[in-house]
Design a protein around this ligand. Structure first.
Ligand SMILES: [Fe+2]
Length: 293
């Protein structure tokens, strides 16, 4: 696949860090216009209380309004397992189309079974406005962007490349954070390595924007690096690590990782494009599959 890379376009990127889930959301604006996209928004949940709130999303919405921007896209890099998406809430307030990778159907199939969803839960991705295939292009105002399919962490992971800025989701972390786990259902460490190589094949000066940062070894939270920096310094894949080395390391590491604390509500909401599931009477309600994950 040859991707339509154009690093002469330098979109304006504003980052928003959510300390509750260590997620970074972005507003990406076309230079010279007021058109923008939002990448990986967060809906707040107090899982113990079953309470959903919108402080993080309201912060994004307020910023879009304050800057007088027009929102065209609400992009999801993947079905996140550690935070809930606020895409429909934002869409209701600001408009825009919700987009995700076309392999969402695989994720919906897998978790539709695990959560024993009925036939009313569509497994065809129809909850989203756009399903991207590898190499699909789309526009944010007059700015061309494309989607790159990067499976491994999940089957539906996409990296969105907008001019010289790539939103890498959970393919890569900052160089000292390495890479994301590949042990969720449908994950694959070898595929993740191959996907990371696709990202690292972008021009060296491409700006990479992370979906998560955990501030390893006590450093401050960071979210932006470059292809050159990741190639040279990424602790899991940098310096020419082989696929075999990566798969061995990743598999051993994943076996020791705890399940993300918000995986159960996150999957149920995010596989529905951010909508909270409802019971037969129409009340917002979630399930816990006992020993089912
Ligand atoms: Fe993730």
């Amino acid at each position: 696949m040859t991707y339509p890379v154009d690093i002469s376009i330098r979109p304006d990127v504003e980052a928003f860090f959510d300390p509750a889930t260590n997620t970074i959301s972005y507003i990406v604006k076309e230079p010279g216009s007021d058109v923008c996209a939002i990448v990986d928004s967060v809906m707040d949940i107090d899982y113990a209380a079953g309470r959903i709130t919108y402080d993080s999303a309201d912060r994004l919405i307020a910023r879009v309004q304050e800057r007088g921007l027009e929102l065209e896209w609400i992009l999801e890099t993947h079905v996140h397992a550690d935070h809930l998406s606020a895409a429909p809430y934002i869409q209701q307030k600001l408009g825009g189309k919700i987009g995700i990778g076309s392999k969402i159907t695989v994720v919906q199939e897998t978790f539709g079974k695990i959560f024993n969803e009925g036939t009313e839960f569509q497994r065809d991705g129809s909850q989203f406005d756009a399903l991207f295939e590898d190499g699909d292009t789309f526009a944010i105002g007059g700015m061309n962007a494309f989607a790159m399919h990067t499976p491994g962490h999940t089957p539906a992971c996409m990296v969105y490349v907008i001019g010289d800025a790539a939103f890498v989701g959970d393919t890569l972390f900052m160089p000292d954070g390495g890479s994301a786990r590949a042990d969720f259902p449908g994950g694959d460490a070898g595929q993740l390595y191959d996907s990371i190589q696709k990202v690292l094949a972008l021009p060296d000066e491409t700006r990479l924007f992370m979906c998560h940062d955990y501030g390893p070894n006590g450093r401050d939270i960071q979210w932006e690096t470059t292809v050159a920096d990741e190639k040279a310094h990424n602790i899991h894949v940098g310096g020419g690590k082989t696929r075999e080395e990566f798969v061995k390391f990743r598999t051993e590491r994943d076996a020791q990782l705890a399940v993300p604390s918000l995986i159960i509500p996150s999957l149920q909401v995010n596989m529905r494009a951010g909508e909270v599931p409802r019971d037969k009477d129409g009340n917002p309600m979630m399930k816990v599959p006992v020993n089912g994950l």
